[in-house]
Design a protein around this ligand. Structure first.
Ligand SMILES: N=CN[C@@H](CCC(=O)O)C(=O)O
Ligand SMILES: [Zn+2]
Length: 407
């Protein structure tokens, strides 16, 4: 025994572990000790613990792992949203509006806005969260965004290459992103991203950003194929990026290339060489009236996918992963198990956190197994199916984050 306080949750109607064997246990129990899961099994076999929670037949899932968001911003884009609903199409240019408001905000304002967004996400079952920078777009404001993000979320991604700011020369700005700006954010970030899209960064500029960030030791991701077919997916594959996100417009070669990255991965054990996760962002697709990403075709081709909220003021002002899961089942033709897996294990895979080390405490997230971080989401429902069966109903009953009761 670890000497830490243990908590037994028993009478779990459905325990959707999303572990390597994809186990779904009925009438199950889980024990947490400190921040880790220490036991899983049948309620009838459960050991004694210091504290006891009766799930009364409710379902328990891993907490959501939201692997794509943009939480460090100030200001409001309601007018742009209204114009879009009236028929205007989304363009990258709206990012500049948020950049102006973000630069004008104080550190304390940005910190409290970001913390409020994290609290909103946790209240809905999110227990592990990534955020990007990308609304500073100069050295000082990108460094500030990275620093505040590092204080607020679990994983930080540098997105200086979100938009070329007004008045800047695109090539000179790309040099800045690859040089002084990268140096300034580097202490605070683990990942780098580039918005490779019409109106944002070209293939060549994106390639330069990815090469410089890889050289600096950052893991890579790409915003790609959001507004039309383009080079984003192929670039992500070429650079061995951990994820390519959006993926709305894919041709057969894109899907084949992504599938190829998973050829040395054993999905039945969760071991081998990680490929490039395709991160689908259904709330964003609906809010921008883009076709939903082809999650079904990607899964059928053998690609590992993630579902994320993409919380940001322009294209997806929500932190509701439940909404994404509902949409993935109803509209993208994923099974409930596949959708929940993409929003838990899939997010963890996109962040390189799906496996861990029980000895030194680098704990896996996104699945329920002994030694993993005790991130649990109990639903006000007997099964995860209710997430799709009862669209729009808030189903979060309780949340534990690293073993601490958060909701
Ligand atoms: N696509 C690029 N970036 C964000 C939107 C940024 C904005 O419009 O503020 C996204 O993921 O959708
Ligand atoms: Zn995004």
């Amino acid at each position: 025994m670890s000497g830490q306080t243990s908590t037994l949750i028993s009478n779990i109607g459905e325990l959707m572990t999303q572990d390597a064997e994809h186990r779904v246990l009925k009438d199950a129990a889980v024990v947490m000790e400190g921040e880790r899961i220490s036991w899983i099994g049948a309620t009838a076999d459960a050991p004694a613990a210091d504290r006891f929670v009766d799930a009364e037949g409710r379902a328990v899932l891993p907490g959501w792992v939201d692997s794509h968001s943009h939480l460090i911003f100030a200001g409001d884009r309601t007018a742009e949203f209204e114009a879009r609903m009236a028929g205007q199409s989304y363009s990258a240019g709206g990012i500049a509006v948020t950049t102006g408001a973000t630069r004008a905000a104080s550190d304390d304002e940005l910190r409290s806005l970001a913390a409020g967004r994290v609290a909103e996400a946790v209240s809905q079952g999110t227990t592990y969260l990534e955020s990007k920078t990308g609304y500073g777009l100069d050295v000082e404001n990108e460094a500030r965004s990275a620093r505040i993000a590092a204080e607020t979320v679990d994983e930080v991604t540098y997105l200086g290459a979100h938009l070329v700011p007004a008045g800047a020369d695109a090539e000179e700005y790309t040099d800045l992103v690859c040089g002084p700006m990268l140096d300034a954010v580097r202490p605070h970030v683990r990942w780098a991203d580039v918005f490779c899209e019409r109106g944002a960064f070209t293939e060549e500029q994106s390639r330069r950003v990815l090469a410089a960030c890889r050289e600096a030791g950052l893991g890579l991701r790409v915003h790609g194929n959001q507004l039309g077919e383009g080079p984003g997916v192929q670039l992500a594959v070429e650079f061995g990026a951990a994820s390519v996100d959006h993926v709305n417009y894919l041709n057969d070669a894109d899907i084949r290339a992504l599938a190829g990255t998973w050829s040395k991965w054993d999905a039945s054990t969760g071991t081998g060489e990680r490929g490039t996760v395709a991160t689908c962002l259904p709330a964003c697709d609906l809010s921008t009236r883009q076709p939903l990403a082809p999650g079904r075709a990607l899964l059928d081709a053998g690609v590992q996918i993630a579902l994320a909220a993409n919380c940001n003021p322009g294209t997806s002002y929500t932190s509701s992963i439940a909404f994404c899961v509902t949409t993935a089942v109803l509209q993208m033709h994923l099974s409930v198990h596949e959708a929940v897996r993409a929003a838990t294990y899939g997010g963890a895979l996109a962040l390189g956190r799906e496996s861990g080390n029980d000895v030194d405490g680098e704990r896996a997230v996104g699945s329920i197994a002994v030694g993993h971080r005790a991130d649990l989401h109990m639903l006000k429902a007997p099964s995860a199916t209710h997430l799709a069966y009862r669209p729009g109903i808030p189903l979060t009953f309780a949340v534990w984050r690293a073993g601490e009761r958060a909701v």
